[in-house]
Design a protein around this ligand. Structure first.
Ligand SMILES: Nc1ncnc2c1ncn2[C@@H]1O[C@H](COP(=O)(O)OP(=O)(O)OP(=O)(O)O)[C@@H](O)[C@H]1O
Length: 310
């Protein structure tokens, strides 16, 4: 069925005691999409990923992976996952773990090719308890990929990786995306989302607060950056109309503004010249922070603990 979504979540609600971690969340991800799940600590990303994998029963809502119940999709090898606290059996060699997992699938990814793809060729005979954090992540990725699943759910997959390993990881992911795999990943590295994702979904307080391409989300946040050269510091710039942040370096000022026109008017009334003036759209990071700041301002000082009670 070509139109069956890879992941479909309707009204997902997850509670831990009195805490509502996920609050009637809806999300539909089409086959072949690469989607970044963004959100501050405690937003509900891991809970959503775990529930999508059927690791626990939600308080309410419905999840389908490629049209199937989570358990059935996992059993059929349709989904591969890397979880935040994913473990490997101890006192075993990497090769044995991968052989064991491969045995569950009818047509597993050939071991040598898989190892080369995720950059663990040199680790196959290493004991799992002798791996560094980043090496462990790569082995966990190999475990997730062994069945060559059409859907990958990855929770902060590059958290322990160094720059080179992260680059290699995303090169592998791009290759898989190019072959039609659906990739859903939670991350705090906004530059990864910007570089890799077709779509970003921002979650806060257990709900989706923005959803679209990076361009949509940055445009939607309404922030702009006004940049120009100025020979000395001007502390008063922080108070100019529209300005929500001041940055820059040496003799360059970068003003983040929610009203570029008002900011430019205020600047032109103070300075005769604005050398090398540039007005740019916000980066994803600026948009993300503006979005969460805006929501924080809307919240009462004491956050309601049970969104589901509303
Ligand atoms: N096992 C648990 N027991 C109690 N509360 C939990 C449990 N797991 C998560 N929570 C709470 O649920 C909320 C959502 O947590 P979750 O781990 O899903 O967020 P997250 O977006 O993945 O955060 P992070 O970016 O820090 O990993 C938080 O308030 C968290 O404290």
């Amino acid at each position: 069925m070509p139109d069956t979504p890879a992941l479909e979540i309707e009204g997902l609600t997850i509670r831990y005691g009195g805490t509502v971690a996920v609050d009637a969340l809806d999300l539909r991800i089409g086959a072949g999409e690469t989607v970044a799940l963004l959100g501050p600590n405690g937003a509900g990303k891991s809970s959503t990923v775990n529930a999508a994998l059927g690791l626990f029963r939600p308080a309410a809502g419905r999840v389908r992976l490629l049209g199937r119940e989570p358990d059935a999709a996992v059993r059929a090898g349709a989904v591969g996952a890397m979880l935040q606290h994913g473990g490997l059996p101890s006192e075993t060699r990497v090769r044995e773990v991968l052989r064991l997992v491969a045995g569950r699938y009818p047509t597993p990814w050939p071991l040598a090719d898989l190892a080369a793809t995720v950059g663990i060729d040199g680790l196959l005979d290493r004991r799992t308890d002798a791996l560094s954090g980043g090496q462990r992540q790569r082995v966990l990725l190999a475990v997730a990929l062994v069945g060559s699943p059409p859907l990958l759910l990855l929770d902060e997959p590059t958290a322990a990786m160094d720059v080179e390993a992260r680059r290699a990881f995303w090169a592998t992911m791009r290759g898989l995306a190019g072959r039609g795999h659906t990739i859903v990943f939670a991350t705090h590295h906004l530059e990864e989302a910007e570089a890799v994702a077709d779509r970003v979904v921002v979650v806060d307080g257990g709900r989706v607060v923005a959803d679209g391409s990076v361009a949509d989300v940055t445009r939607g946040a309404g922030e702009r950056t006004v940049r120009f050269r100025v020979p000395e510091p001007h502390p008063e710039l922080a108070g100019l109309a529209g300005v929500t942040g001041v940055g820059g370096s040496a003799d360059v000022v970068e003003l983040v503004t929610s009203d570029a026109e008002a900011t430019l008017r205020a600047l032109l009334s103070r300075f005769d010249r604005l050398p090398d003036l540039e007005v740019r759209g916000a980066s994803l990071e600026q948009a993300f922070l503006a979005l969460l700041d805006g929501r924080a301002a809307d919240r009462p000082t004491t956050r309601p603990t049970t969104g589901a009670d509303r």
